[in-house]
Design a protein around this ligand. Structure first.
Ligand code: FAD
Length: 514
């Protein structure tokens, strides 16, 4: 395979063998020689960077890495592969924050989307008005943190977020993009008005719900299988200045979930999530004194549940906001005395995970293996899931947790079934997201966590809990078919329509699985 791809790219781009700068020197007239000369890198440093990701568990070496400075660079690359009799695979790499090699292209070409930001014409453009609504046109390569910074300059912000903002627009739209706002506004994929996409045939297509809608729905949650997103038009709303941020503790899972479900059904908070607290859990949300009180309760109980909620506010309600908050909180059944509050700027709240990253980076604890397991669990089985997984498998294994374990319900009504994303196939109004975000301390620990993940999936299978993986990862075609369920037929048809040579995002291992 390596030899074939080398020959194709060599003939297309005239790579000089053995050159210390073996870059493209193209025959395409649209590529000015002086710039193309720096775009396809096949040296060891480029290959190394593109063959790892945040998960730190998979290494797939590509043939080369394209550093595009314009949309046409990507179009030419995809066309080159599509028009060749032995095409090569291509993966867009957002910020490489996948955990299982999803943005890699073994022996193919990785497109380093971040290099598009050298094009000064690709700035984030905010438009609209208060009667028709506001939106931002942003490059697929943009990080959400930059989208936030730019839109805030206009007093606006996207409405739906992920917990961490150093992810790209193209990367999260290829999955779903979820957080505590998803119940109120839908996932990020439900807040896109229009996109520019380069399909697996090298066609550049603008799509929306009304124009080229098949491509629009295919790409959103489409795991990079149908096209490379080069622009997305994102819904914006007026941004608040500040937030009231609370965490309340429960000993009883049933009361915890009942309150979460209540809070996502009323117009009160703007963000609702939740997490497990095991003994020796640590988060910088609590003061040291509060943390020790919580940990001692966790030691007695083995496991606690922490509901996290946020209410946005502006200066003009500063005198009434605490009262409003109190009205909502008094309806809830948390453990008396176990309520903890913070007041933060809207920006600091949204960018909260960055603070953790900056703490972990210098300790060498950020770039470790991340055997994550993310699941969507049917609401009707969440009590069984708690008993079988949180209590029996996780708590009783007595392993100290090494990363947050999130659990919160999401309203189903704002998810569009036409989109490629997969959620539980029942009729409940909600489903739960469970994110077991483990960090491993080394190979042995990683193997232990992987075993635990397998046990969890086997338990769900045996108990008939029809979970769906978020950021799905499977090795076999039948597993993918089961994952997509009733959507598999459409998914396959769309692949044949938009990427018939199966060029795009091979790292997902859907059409090239065993
Ligand atoms: P990559 O990992 O680079 O790419 C992901 C996939 O998308 C690949 O298949 C790639 O080929 C494809 N792709 C990338 N760019 C494009 C493009 N422009 N067009 C088409 N396909 C493209 N997710 C949530 O939903 N909610 C969270 O709260 C959340 N928190 C996270 C916190 C951390 C610390 C981390 C590391 C990840 C988190 N994620 C979360 C997961 C994140 O959404 C995924 O990792 C996602 O893949 C985005 O990462 P990325 O932009 O680096 O994309």
């Amino acid at each position: 395979a390596y030899f074939v791809i080398h020959c194709i790219i060599n003939s297309l781009f005239f790579i000089t063998p053995g050159s210390s700068r073996p870059w493209l020197n193209t025959s395409f007239s649209s590529f000015p020689n002086e710039t193309i000369d720096t775009k396809l890198c096949i040296d060891t440093n480029c290959i190394k960077k593109a063959s790892s990701d945040y998960g730190n568990m998979i290494q797939d070496l590509p043939f080369g890495v394209l550093y595009p400075s314009s949309v046409s660079d990507i179009i030419h690359l995809v066309e080159s592969s599509y028009n060749s009799s032995s095409s090569f695979t291509i993966a867009a790499r957002g910020n490489g924050h996948s955990v299982r090699g999803q943005a890699m292209a073994k022996d193919g070409v990785v497109v380093n989307m971040g290099s598009m930001s050298v094009d000064v014409n690709r700035s984030i453009i905010v438009s609209g008005n208060s009667s028709l609504g506001f939106y931002a046109d942003v490059g697929g390569e943009q990080l959400w943190i930059d989208v936030l910074r730019t839109t805030l300059e206009h007093g606006l912000a996207p409405v739906s977020w992920t917990d961490y903002l150093y992810l790209t627009v193209g990367g999260t739209l290829s999955n779903a993009g979820i957080s505590g706002q998803s119940s109120f506004h839908g996932p990020q994929i439900s807040n896109v008005l229009e996109m520019d996409v380069i399909t697996g045939k090298g066609e550049f297509i603008t799509c929306s719900k009304n124009t080229n809608s098949d491509l629009f729905y295919a790409v959103l949650g489409g795991l990079g299988q149908f096209g490379i997103i080069t622009r997305a038009r994102i819904v914006l709303d007026k941004a608040p200045n500040r937030v009231k941020w609370v965490r309340i503790i429960y000993e009883d899972f049933s009361k915890f979930t009942k309150d979460q479900e209540h809070l996502i059904s009323i117009d009160g908070f703007n963000y609702v999530e939740g997490s497990l607290i095991m003994k020796n859990s640590s988060t910088d949300f609590f003061s040291p004194a509060d943390e020790s009180m919580i940990n001692s309760l966790a030691s007695e109980n083995g496991i606690l549940y922490s509901l996290e909620a946020v209410k946005y506010y502006d200066d003009y309600v500063i005198n009434t906001i605490d009262e409003e908050l109190q009205m909502i909180l008094k309806e809830l059944s948390f453990k008396p005395g176990f309520i903890f509050k913070k007041d933060a700027s809207f920006f600091d709240f949204l960018n909260r995970v960055r603070d953790e990253e900056l703490l972990l980076q210098p300790l060498g604890l950020w770039d470790v293996p991340h055997p994550w397991l993310n699941l969507f669990v049917p609401k009707s089985r969440i009590m069984d899931f708690n008993e079988g997984v949180f209590v029996e498998i996780i708590q009783k294994q007595n392993r100290s947790t090494s990363g947050p374990f999130l659990v919160y319900p999401i309203n189903r009504k704002k998810w569009d079934d036409n989109m490629s994303v997969v959620i539980p196939e029942d009729d409940d109004d909600m489903f739960y997201t469970v994110a077991l975000l483990n960090s491993a301390t080394g190979a042995k620990d990683w193997a232990t966590i992987d075993e635990q993940n397998t046990k969890i999936l086997e338990f769900c299978d045996k108990s008939g809990i029809k979970v769906k993986q978020y950021f799905p990862h499977y090795g076999k075609r039948e597993e993918w078919m089961k994952h997509f369920g009733k959507k598999w037929g459409v998914f396959k048809e769309r692949k044949a329509q938009f990427d018939p040579k199966m060029i795009l995002s091979p790292g997902q291992r859907i059409f090239n699985s065993r």
